[in-house]
Design a protein around this ligand. Structure first.
Ligand SMILES: Nc1ncnc2c1ncn2[C@@H]1O[C@H](COP(=O)(O)OP(=O)(O)OP(=O)(O)O)[C@@H](O)[C@H]1O
Ligand SMILES: [Mg+2]
Length: 302
């Protein structure tokens, strides 16, 4: 489906962002691309639609080498490659429907689309997609009145309306709350499966990558250094990809912060520990502090 061979990218006056990248993504696969900031994740997916020009290498998609397409061919090919990037964000002054239909600009002529005379068929399909992503009540809402999660849903619907066979998604959950992040990931996975298309998702939240995608590819300093089924991801894998860290501790921090951020969760954090054991393990200073609190409480009451 997508075969990347010996891909290199060196930015002009910039670093080598990718080297010796070889990656095959099968039709219907959903993969997560993880790795530290600056590893080259965005560069890699942008090379696929040539928003970034590769320095060397091949990108075979639908039987053609994307790196060799001329402008006309590239325009045709890009219809099949859906991008859900922050930079391809919505046109704020247009409505949700207009934003969706703007993805058809390549198909209907400039003047027609300028006057917003879109074919009935496109409008029907757009309405169906908006319903599918849960936005039927927002068809005529201006994009600047949407929440982050709703904007992401419009972006997904727009990429699908365009008729893409592969979705390139850069940080779909950046700046979303933990629950919305899961909803967006779930939606992406459902839609990709329903349509039997393919997706590459750049993502920093490793737990979401594990939960929602089948395969995890790790990039570090421009090279693919990890490529396994998602179920195989271990603390050792994370150290290989990101470097030394106490992954157990950071997982707990993550869970606690999610609990605080989720507005529906008012439960106290769960603890499996025996309270007596917790007291035993306290330092004298901690015990003294608690004693101090108790005395103050009693003073107030008396
Ligand atoms: N347009 C550019 N010009 C010059 N250098 C660039 C450009 N875009 C990215 N880089 C550099 O290329 C390297 C890879 O960047 P890239 O944005 O692909 O990383 P990333 O893995 O997506 O990081 P993040 O997780 O922070 O989004 C970095 O060193 C970055 O500074
Ligand atoms: Mg990036």
């Amino acid at each position: 489906m997508l075969e990347i061979k010996d891909l290199h990218k060196k930015y002009d006056n910039g670093p080598v962002a990718l080297q010796d990248v070889n990656l095959t993504v099968k039709s219907g696969e959903i993969i997560s691309l993880i790795g530290p900031s600056g590893a080259g994740k965005s560069t890699l997916i942008r090379c696929v639609n040539r928003l970034v020009e590769p320095t060397k290498g091949e990108i075979l998609f639908k039987g053609k080498d994307i790196t060799k397409l001329n402008n006309t061919e590239l325009r045709q090919m890009r219809k099949k490659i859906g991008m859900i990037f922050q930079e391809h964000a919505l046109l704020d002054r247009l409505t949700v429907m207009e934003n969706l239909l703007s993805s058809r600009l390549g198909y209907v002529g400039f003047w027609k689309s300028f006057r917003r005379n879109f074919p009935e068929k496109d409008i029907k399909e757009a309405l169906r997609l908006l319903d599918r992503v849960g936005l039927s009540d927002y068809v005529n809402t201006r994009a600047d009145q949407l929440s982050g999660g709703q904007r992401q849903r419009v972006g997904i619907a727009r990429a699908l309306l365009q008729g893409a066979d592969i979705l390139l998604i850069d940080e779909p959950t950046a700046s979303l709350d933990p629950k919305t992040s899961r909803e967006i990931m779930r939606l992406i996975v459902e839609l990709v499966k329903e349509r039997d298309i393919t997706a590459i998702i750049n993502i920093h939240e490793v737990n979401l990558a594990e939960m929602y995608t089948q395969r995890i590819v790790g990039l570090r300093e421009g090279e693919i250094i990890y490529d396994e089924k998602a179920v195989k991801l271990s603390n050792e894998s994370l150290t290989l990809i990101y470097g030394d860290e106490d992954w157990e501790v950071s997982t707990m921090e993550n869970e606690n912060s999610q609990q605080q951020e989720d507005p529906k969760s008012n439960e106290a954090p769960r603890s499996n520990e025996d309270p007596e054991k917790r007291v035993e393990s306290m330092s004298d200073q901690e015990k003294a502090n608690i004693e101090g609190e108790r005395h103050r409480d009693q003073e107030v009451k008396s």
